[in-house]
Design a protein around this ligand. Structure first.
Ligand SMILES: *[C@@H]1O[C@H](CO)[C@@H](O)[C@H](O)[C@H]1NC(C)=O
Ligand SMILES: *[C@@H]1O[C@H](CO)[C@@H](O)[C@H](O)[C@H]1NC(C)=O
Ligand SMILES: *[C@@H]1O[C@H](CO)[C@@H](O)[C@H](O)[C@H]1NC(C)=O
Ligand SMILES: *[C@@H]1O[C@H](CO)[C@@H](O)[C@H](O)[C@H]1NC(C)=O
Ligand SMILES: *[C@@H]1O[C@H](CO)[C@@H](O)[C@H](O)[C@H]1NC(C)=O
Ligand SMILES: *[C@@H]1O[C@H](CO)[C@@H](O)[C@H](O)[C@H]1NC(C)=O
Length: 599
């Protein structure tokens, strides 16, 4: 244990704490002495020194306490303040079943420090003649609303030793220091988010060693001491998002062996080293989105075997992602990634809105859901083995043009290939997707497909084919044999009055003869040559007898327009339904997000 040689101030200490013969265990005694130093020094500034001597045999115990340097620094700050006693909760708080909801405490002077010194309740006993002392407030939850504590109050946990939940959000708090947490050993949940705390000193939460949930989000933290979280061996959830952190000192999280969820979103972090989270083997989620990350250590997340989610989205400077990672979800959208190499098994991956050209998954067989939307991919070779893939979105990769040949995707249910420069849908690709339900090939350059190839897709319910370069002859077959025949849902093209071609069931197309016959083609009508420049496929647009084609086209057009008007009303109803669903989903998701905020 720790021994103190207390010199001439014993008298003062006695005086200060004579009223409180309530010391229960040795640790509290020590802590109280330290506190007393703070308070008494503030009151009588003499030169006598209180010497704190740490016993050599103190062993592990001493590790728990702030070092002399820190205690001096914070003690000095505390010394300069004026203590203002808070003697009663009744006046400000509504107390019910162990829970206090307090309003209107105002300590907005930085020189002022709230000091909890709650009066012991005295009641007349049932015999009517004697008095009895009420027990301490058995409060387990304390919520401060519409209150200001520029400095976190002192002696709070000493007076309310059973406090397990403290909510001091929006208190304009600027400073917390280790003295404030004396006797906070029952504290499990602390919310001090939405304040103005700028830094955390060494071992500031040492006495709150039972903390499991710590919310420090939306403060102005720009500096954390490497030992700021020392001693928080039970901490499961740490939220540091919405601060101004640029770097994390090495070893910051070393003591947090129980950490499950770490959120440092929306800061200015530039780098996460391979060692930073090496001790946090229980991590399940790590949220680093909205920082300035340039680099992530290859092994930064490799110590956590049960990682459920890693989110590094919205880190604009991040160009390369090479990670050793096993995770349920990897989110890395909206960065500047051009190379992504993942060594390990990941199940759900979103790399949307990057510039990915080089992509490699060492264990592509683990993939179930992969979003590669809006990138610069030219091939998908790494996905040749994807037995579990259920959803793949490669929309907006205009240079892709081809899919892996002989592709085996037995579980694939949704495939979005829109705007991928596609000109055809090869038989060999379709054959490997027996479970496909939704296929989007819109915004491509497909002119023909063979409806027969779709016999393998017995589950298909949605087929989005708009904004292509359809040949009307082929499109008619696709409609009759596939889409209309099987009641498959599709989305019509937006009707453009200037479009020189036709619309079949709402899909734009051009009449083109099969290639063999085109050899005989000679003359070109003005009308159709215009069409050819739009579709940029001149050779196939030429006919010997344009007037005949013209007639045919008009005929089709009238039929199609009739169909369209019917379709439009159905489509409007569908849209309506969709909007309703979306609003339902939104309610749901806001509900969920609120639930997490109030944990
Ligand atoms: C907050 O406290 C101030 C001052 O005590 C008071 O004027 C104001 O009405 C309070 N606001 C709420 C929302 O309680
Ligand atoms: C990426 O950023 C752009 C522009 O800020 C935004 O429009 C888009 O929605 C973002 N994508 C995602 C997936 O957040
Ligand atoms: C594609 O991603 C870039 C970022 O790489 C983004 O700025 C752009 O808005 C995205 N485009 C679309 C259509 O989502
Ligand atoms: C199909 O792709 C187009 C173009 O990217 C997109 O606008 C549309 O929303 C997609 N449809 C579905 C149902 O995903
Ligand atoms: C579309 O495909 C045709 C061949 O079918 C080709 O001549 C044309 O250049 C392609 N257009 C684009 C924009 O890729
Ligand atoms: C609401 O969310 C829950 C849980 O995520 C989900 O099971 C449920 O289907 C959702 N309901 C709707 C209407 O989206």
């Amino acid at each position: 244990m720790i021994a103190f040689s207390v010199a001439s101030e014993t008298r003062c200490l006695k005086h200060a704490y004579a009223m409180k013969a309530r010391l229960r265990i040795a640790v509290h005694l020590i802590v109280l002495l330290l506190l007393a130093v703070a308070t008494t020094q503030a009151r009588n500034q003499d030169d006598n020194e209180l010497e704190v001597v740490l016993d050599d045999n103190a062993g592990k115990e001493t590790e728990q306490y702030p070092t002399e340097a820190t205690s001096e620094a914070s003690t000095e700050r505390v010394n300069k303040m004026r203590l203002v006693n808070i003697m009663s909760l009744q006046e400000y708080c509504e107390i019910k079943q162990g829970k206090a909801l307090c309003k209107g405490f105002h300590f907005d002077d930085p020189e002022e420090l709230g000091f909890f010194d709650l009066a012991t309740q005295v009641r007349i006993a049932s015999d009517g003649a004697t008095y009895e002392l009420g027990a301490k407030q058995p409060l387990s939850t304390l919520i401060m609303e519409n209150s200001t504590f520029v400095n976190f109050p002192l002696h709070l946990f000493y007076e309310l030793p059973l406090l397990s939940e403290l909510d001091m959000r929006h208190c304009r708090m600027q400073h917390v220091s280790w003295e404030c947490f004396v006797a906070a050993d029952k504290l499990k949940i602390m919310l001090i988010s939405d304040n103005a705390i700028t830094e955390l000193e060494e071992r500031v939460f040492t006495y709150a060693s039972g903390l499991e949930f710590l919310f420090l989000n939306n403060n102005q933290l720009n500096r954390l001491h490497a030992d700021a979280f020392k001693g928080l061996r039970q901490l499961r959830h740490l939220d540091l998002s919405g601060n101004q952190l640029e770097e994390l000192p090495e070893g910051l999280f070393a003591d947090l062996r129980m950490l499950h969820h770490l959120t440092i979103a929306d800061n200015r972090l530039r780098f996460i080293s391979s060692e930073m989270l090496a001790q946090n083997e229980r991590l399940q989620t790590v949220i680093l989105q909205g920082n300035q990350l340039r680099q992530l250590g290859e092994y930064a997340f490799s110590s956590a075997p049960q990682l459920l989610a890693l989110d590094v989205s919205h880190n604009e400077p991040l160009e390369v992602l090479v990670l050793n990672l096993n995770a349920g979800h990897l989110l890395a959208c909206n960065c500047s990634l051009h190379r992504v190499n993942i060594f390990g098994a990941v199940t759900n991956v979103d790399l949307g809105d990057n510039r990915v050209q080089e992509l490699y998954f060492s264990a592509s067989e683990a993939l179930e859901d992969l979003v590669l939307r809006n990138n610069s991919l030219v091939q998908l070779a790494t996905l040749s083995q994807v037995p579990r893939l259920r959803r793949l979105n490669v929309a907006n990769n205009p240079k892709l043009r081809e899919l892996p040949s002989e592709w085996e995707t037995p579980q694939l249910e949704r495939l979005d290939l829109s705007n991928t420069g596609l000109e055809q849908l090869p038989h060999a690709v379709l054959r490997g997707m027996p479970q496909l339900r939704k296929l989007n090939v819109s915004v491509n350059n497909i002119s023909e497909i063979n409806p027969q190839d779709f016999q393998y897709l017995s589950q298909l319910t949605h087929f989005f084919i708009q904004a292509n370069n359809w040949n009307c002859y082929n499109l008619k077959m696709v409609m009759d044999m596939l889409i209309l025949e099987h009641g498959i849902t599709y989305v019509p093209d937006r009707v453009d009055a200037e479009f020189p071609g036709s619309y079949i069931n709402g899909i734009a197309c051009m009449y083109r003869l099969p290639e063999r016959e085109q050899l005989q083609v000679e003359s070109i009508s003005d009308d159709l040559s215009l069409a050819s420049s739009v579709s940029s496929s001149s050779a196939s647009m030429e006919y010997r007898e344009p007037s005949e084609v013209e007639k045919l086209r008009k005929e089709f057009k009238s039929v199609v327009q009739h169909m369209e008007s019917k379709f439009d009303s159905v489509y409007a109803q569908l849209n309506n339904l969709n909007a309703k669903m979306r609003s339902l989903e939104q309610i749901n998701s806001t509900l969920w997000s609120q639930m997490t905020i109030t944990v």
